[in-house]
Design a protein around this ligand. Structure first.
Ligand SMILES: [Fe+2]
Ligand SMILES: [Fe+2]
Length: 288
């Protein structure tokens, strides 16, 4: 692989996470995910690893624990602002459509960082866990690249619009627990994408933007597998802890999302992504 110097899977994931330039980050992600999926990078401690310009990964590997969560690798632009400061634009203009594509590209860029942090941060998980999140990272890099290319067709680039600064917050809040990360990031944040993307597709179709529609249809189809991976590993973490998953999920929603959960929910996609009918009924109650 291109970053062949990485001593193990955790160091390789940390390098992807730290990389700031989007095209380089996507290329490193593709190579790293391929190496993990081919079994070339194992989840072992990096005892003795050094000299590769990655001292924090080496020391974290020796300790068998990840470095405390910080700010992920991202470019200087877009400028990150509170959600309420973002300009609202209609889709009737090319500028409005570019702003929407930019907003989704920003979500994908964050999803890429979230996937690598899920690999890097949580030690002692089965090999399939790391393969699943490496595959998600590769998907997110491809989603970002599709939207970045679409932005270029619309005479824009990633960084041209301001973006919302809250997407990394849930990673920080759940950095202490794989169980909580799986519940809150894939099963709340990514799952919200399943709910809102069909509406976005409908609005773009109504203004004749079939190129963006095709990209969002691909993303929607593939995001079901990401949420399903979250459901699978959330259940695994609950089984390991000897706790009941549905009651645990309810209690975590209460703790983290109190009053902030919004519907309507994409029932078909969420059922395919591992939500139970009882969980969906409870989500409806919370969002009412
Ligand atoms: Fe994605
Ligand atoms: Fe995703």
């Amino acid at each position: 692989m291109a970053s062949g110097a990485a001593a193990n899977l955790f160091e390789a994931a940390e390098r992807c996470l730290a990389c700031t330039e989007p095209a380089a980050k996507c290329a490193l992600t593709r190579a790293t995910a391929a190496a993990i999926l081919d079994g070339e990078l194992a989840a072992v401690d990096a005892a003795g690893a050094d000299g590769h310009g990655c001292p924090s990964a080496a020391s974290a590997g020796r300790a068998g624990a990840a470095s405390p969560i910080g700010i992920p690798g991202r470019p200087v632009r877009p400028l990150l602002v509170p959600l309420r400061q973002l300009a609202q634009r209609g889709l009737g203009s090319a500028q409005g459509r570019a702003a929407l594509v930019h907003a989704v590209a920003h979500i994908e860029f964050n999803a890429l960082n979230l996937a690598w942090d899920a690999v890097y941060r949580f030690r002692g998980m089965p090999a399939d866990y790391y393969r699943d999140w490496a595959q998600v990272a590769a998907d997110e890099a491809r989603h970002f690249a599709l939207l970045d290319a679409r932005l270029a067709e619309l005479d824009h680039a990633y960084g041209d619009f301001d973006a919302h600064d809250g997407l990394w917050e849930m990673a920080t809040r759940t950095a202490h627990s794989c169980l909580e990360r799986m519940a809150l990031v894939p099963r709340v944040l990514e799952a919200r994408g399943l709910d809102v993307t069909p509406g976005m597709i409908g609005r773009l179709r109504s203004v004749g933007d079939s190129a963006t529609v095709t990209i969002l249809e691909t993303i929607l189809r593939e995001e079901v597998a990401h949420v399903a991976a979250g459901s699978r590993w959330f259940a695994w973490c609950c089984a390991r802890a000897g706790i009941e998953p549905q009651a645990t999920f309810r209690s975590l929603l209460e703790t983290y999302m109190h009053g902030a959960l919004r519907g309507p929910f994409n029932v078909d996609a969420r059922l395919r992504a591992g939500f139970t009918a009882a969980e969906l009924a409870h989500l409806d109650e919370l969002a009412a």
